[in-house]
Write a protein that binds this ligand. Structure first.
Ligand code: EPZ
Length: 416
């Protein structure tokens, strides 16, 4: 089985362009189902989660074509069907097809979205909210059957600002009869992008990016052309790589306005930053400072999707730090691997206590999930000696080409 081989210990030097956002394009692909014409999506990342979603769209009669970073989707002949089991069942994001399929077809059957190693990933908030709009949802043995011939606008308040539940409500509300007011909505930039995309299709949405989103249903949505924003988590990953491995790097097309919480932590760690527009220069003179205390939280707080990558960087920082993971219940999986490299991490409930050490040594490592795998790449690039990262296919779910990007930043990496 292939593995990544990384020879760590040399300071970084180089520049990388940030790819389009995985967590923006996935709900947008769901929204494209509702367009009666052709939709063109530009700057689409070439990642395995997008390929899987496109296979699912084809299962409902969409025709899709990729031309480099452009995706052309024709949802004109949509028919009810079943998502191909081998894709929809394993990819959590398939659940956000629910709102779109109900909006366009009035019915849907979806296998239950896979949980994953970071947590159980329940969908109760999605189901509760869609029922308030008139959806009848039956949990059958092989999957979820949904019917909603006449979705009605409703006033909905989410108990937690769930990103996916917010997306599903918006995706159904754009076609509902009347107005929907969604309170305690997620405020992530990916929600704003989805609402901007739907507005380009003719939807009527106000308040995207705030805690209250108002949607007025329309009879039809048309195809459109849209360019995906850069991926804030990929950008944050490479910023934390610089903090861990040292040296000087530049990020091009980084969505800096979406990374304020991350940039604040990097400054506290002593990482120097110079930005102009979407271009960022980072360098870390000497060893980073520890003494960091962070709690992951919904946007604009510190993102849970960068928690593992921060942990990898703090393993080598001077001093003790604490990370409190408040979003997912099992998101410290990479800690075990980091400890095998010489890190000193103690996990207690939702908190990881990290005592910075002077160096890490290369090891045989195993990626267990997407962001934890990226964290292992960070640790391997900063460690002395060679590391091998097995099961690195998880990283390809969200990073277009981690080998290309690491090499561009000066990391000695090969696929073996
Ligand atoms: C989205 O997942 C992202 N995925 C995740 O990114 C991200 O970590 C997460 O939002 C939080 O920002 C995509 O956008 C494809 P949630 P989602 O609903 O929508 C609980 C990555 O690495 N919850 O905001 O599933 C849930 O268990 C991925 O790119 C319920 O209890 O996140 C979790 O503890 C990982 N019931 C918390 O809420 C529900 O019905 C946050 O979940 C839904 C969620």
């Amino acid at each position: 089985m292939d593995y990544l081989e990384i020879e760590g210990g040399s300071p970084l030097c180089g520049e990388v362009r940030i790819q389009g956002s995985k967590n923006a394009v996935l709900p947008i692909l769901s929204a494209a189902l509702q367009g009666t014409g052709i939709t063109v999506i530009d700057n689409c990342p070439d990642i395995s989660d997008v390929s899987a979603m496109l296979e699912i769209l084809k299962g409902y009669g969409c025709s899709t074509r990729r031309e480099g970073k452009r995706l052309i989707i024709d949802a004109g002949d949509l028919h009810s069907g079943r998502a191909p089991e081998d894709y929809a069942g394993v990819m959590r994001s398939s659940i956000m097809l629910l709102g779109s399929l109900l909006g366009r077809l009035g019915e849907a059957f979806l296998p239950y979205p896979g949980g994953c190693v970071i947590g159980k990933r329940p969908i109760d908030l999605h189901l509760q909210a869609l029922r308030e709009m008139g959806a009848e949802l039956t949990e059958e043995p092989e999957g979820l059957r949904a019917v909603c011939a006449h979705p009605a606008g409703a006033r909905i308040r989410l108990p937690f600002p769930s990103v996916g539940a917010t997306e599903n409500v918006v995706l159904l509300a754009v076609r509902a009869e009347g107005d929907t007011i969604l309170q305690n909505a997620a405020r992530e930039p990916e929600i704003t992008e989805l609402c901007r995309f739907l507005s380009c299709m003719g939807a009527k949405i106000e308040g995207a990016g705030t805690g209250t989103i108002r949607i007025r249903g329309v009879k039809e949505l048309h195809g459109t052309e849209y360019r995906i924003q850069p991926d804030r988590i990929v950008a944050g990953t490479y910023m934390l790589l610089a903090a861990a491995a040292g040296g000087k790097v530049a990020l091009r097309d980084a969505p800096l306005e979406q990374l304020a919480a991350v940039r604040k932590v990097l400054s506290q760690m002593g990482v120097r930053q110079e930005s102009s527009g979407n271009h960022l220069l980072l360098w870390c003179p000497g060893r980073c400072r520890g003494g960091i205390q962070i709690r992951t939280s919904p946007y604009p707080g510190f993102p849970t999707d960068l928690q593992s990558q921060l942990m990898a960087a703090l393993c080598l920082a001077e001093g003790d730090s604490v990370i409190d993971e408040r979003i997912f219940e099992e998101r410290f999986k990479s800690a075990e691997e980091l400890v095998r490299m010489g890190a000193r991490i103690h996990i207690q409930g939702s908190r990881a206590f990290i005592h910075g050490v002077g160096k890490l040594h290369g090891e045989r490592l195993e990626a267990r999930e997407l962001r934890g795998g990226a964290a292992l790449c960070i640790a391997a690039a900063a460690a002395e000696g060679k590391s091998r990262i097995h099961q690195y296919h998880y990283i390809a779910r969200g990073y277009e080409n981690i080998i290309r990007d690491l090499k561009a930043l000066g990391v000695m990496v090969q696929c073996r």
